[in-house]
Design a protein around this ligand. Structure first.
Ligand code: ZN
Length: 281
């Protein structure tokens, strides 16, 4: 009890000297491999410096303090992510193990076991989409919460898939039911960072939202936007389809943040609240 009172006295003394410490809040308090989390820092006047798992956090001004998003990679081999914000005590975020569902998938042979020429195409696609992620750096281009596309879930993030030829891969997005030709809308405001045809994902649109966040839309039958277009939440960006490696028409939604692709369902739960830009900007 005595030491508790002593630390209270220290806290009060700290407040009185106006050298207030940043207050760091992380939600959720524990995550799974492939989950994102939100760091909110209050009691500061300028953007804090910080790291999560050794990677720099890109803070943006929020309606209350500053925020940054980080994630645990699907392949994480530690049971926690250490979040360090300058001037505050480091916080350890527990990474709980998770058993991902298993499924078998039969696709056309060219997709299950692509020939060398197609593997080169796949590499080029990955490079193009990777370059699009870089365009998500900088201030948030959105003010509202991200909105889940309509349609029942048909496959979740992280599901293990065994293909015809026996190779296994994890599913890196959320699949929702969508009939061929159904409108596909931007899940939030942003700028089209990539719009094109790929080998595995078919017709793809990537939207850069700022704050390091990109949303990806795969297997479209048709793309109705072009790179550089500014889109608002709900704007049509294309039509649903089954281009690329699919077993039928649906929308595959991906979410990419600074340290990789994360579970869209977990991402949609984060309370991101960017502040409006300063007047005159
Ligand atoms: Zn998918």
């Amino acid at each position: 009890m005595r030491s508790f009172i002593a630390s209270l006295v220290v806290l009060v003394a700290g407040a009185a000297s106006a050298r207030a410490e940043p207050v760091v809040t992380i939600t959720p308090a524990s995550i799974h491999p492939g989950d994102p989390a939100l760091v909110t820092v209050t009691n500061v006047t300028e953007a804090p410096r910080g790291k999560a798992g050794g990677q720099p956090l890109a803070f943006y001004r929020a309606t209350n303090g500053f925020q940054a998003v980080f994630g645990a990679g699907l392949g994480i081999d530690e049971d926690h992510v250490l979040v360090e914000v300058a001037g505050a005590k480091p916080i350890s975020v527990a990474v709980l193990s998770k058993k991902f569902p298993e499924t078998k998938i039969v696709v056309e042979e060219e997709y299950a076991n692509p020939p060398k020429a197609d593997l080169e195409l796949i590499d080029a696609d990955n490079r193009a989409i990777g370059a699009a992620y870089a365009k998500a750096a900088g201030a948030p281009q959105f003010r509202r919460a991200f909105k889940r596309p309509p349609g029942a879930t048909t496959s979740t993030f992280g599901e293990w898939r065994t293909f015809n030829d026996g190779h296994r891969a994890q599913h890196l997005g959320l699949d929702v039911m969508a009939r061929e030709g159904a409108k596909v809308a931007a899940i939030n405001d942003g700028t089209v960072a990539y719009a094109g045809e790929t080998f595995l994902a078919g017709n793809v649109v990537v939207i850069a939202h700022g704050a390091g966040i990109s949303s990806l839309y795969f297997h479209l039958s048709k793309i109705t936007v072009a790179e550089g277009d500014v889109v608002k939440q709900g704007d049509e960006i294309g039509r649903a389809g089954h281009t690329g490696r699919t077993t039928g028409p649906h929308l595959h939604l991906g979410i990419h943040i600074a340290n990789g692709l994360v579970d869209p369902v977990a991402f949609l739960k984060l309370r991101l609240s960017p502040a409006p830009p300063p007047a005159g900007v």
